[in-house]
Design a protein around this ligand. Sequence first.
Ligand code: GTP
Ligand code: MG
Length: 212
Amino acid sequence: MSYAYLFKYIIIGDTGVGKSCLLLQFTDKRFQPVHDLTIGVEFGARMITIDNKAIKLQIWDTAGQESFRSITRAYYRGAAGALLVYDISRRETFNHLASWLEDARQHANSNMTIMLIGNKCDLQHRRAVSTEEGETFARENGLFFMETSAKTAQNVEEAFTQTAKQIYKKIEDGVFDVSNESFGIKVGYGPGSVGGPGGRGDASASRSSCCG
Ligand SMILES: Nc1nc2c(ncn2[C@@H]2O[C@H](COP(=O)(O)OP(=O)(O)OP(=O)(O)O)[C@@H](O)[C@H]2O)c(=O)[nH]1
Ligand SMILES: [Mg+2]
C-alpha cells in the first residue's frame, strides 16, 4: 500500500509496563494477558490517516530489561517518535523515567517527538502514580502525555496517532529535512503520496521479531 510518509517509532520503558501489549493492541486489536518478555527488539507496522494522507507507522518495540539496554540504544537514532511508557500501578517504573529520558536525549535526534504514556489505567484500584504527577513530569520535560490501557484499548489509538500528528506538524513547519532519513521520516511514492508515482508494496499491518 502506498503512503505519503513513513514515520519510525520506538517504544521504551521498564520491563513489564506493557510496551508489547500497546503495540499488539494497536496493530492487531488484541490483548496478551501473559507477560511475553521481549528479547532484543520486536517490530510492528500499521497505516493511519492524517490530514487525508496515508501515513505508515513502523514501530520498534524494545526490551525493557536492563540487560538489553545497550542493544535498544541502537534503535533511538533513526526514530521520529517515541512512546516512553510507565505502569501507573508500579511507582518504580515512573521513578526510572529520568534515566530513560537521558538515554533518549543522548542517542536520539533532538527533534524526536516523545509521548509519555501512563499505561494500565484500567487498574484504578492499584494506582500508585496520579494523573497529575504524569502531567507534571511531561510538562517539565517537554513531552506529550496520555494515560492508556492496552487491556481495554483506552487511548491506545490516540497515543500513536497524536504522536504522528505532532511529527506531521513539524514537517509542515519545516523542522525536518525529510530527504534525510536519519530523522526517522521517509517520503513515500505512489497514489496518495507526496513523492510522485511508483507505488510500494506494503502490508497494512504486520508484526515480526528480531534480536540484536
Ligand atoms: N491490566 C493491564 N495489564 C496490562 C496492560 N498492558 C500490559 N499488561 C500486562 O502487563 C504484562 C507485561 O506486558 P508486556 O507488554 O509484555 O510488557 P513489556 O513492557 O513489553 O515488557 P518487556 O518486553 O519485558 O520490556 C503482561 O502480563 C500484560 O498482560 C494494561 O493496560 N492493563
Ligand atoms: Mg515487550
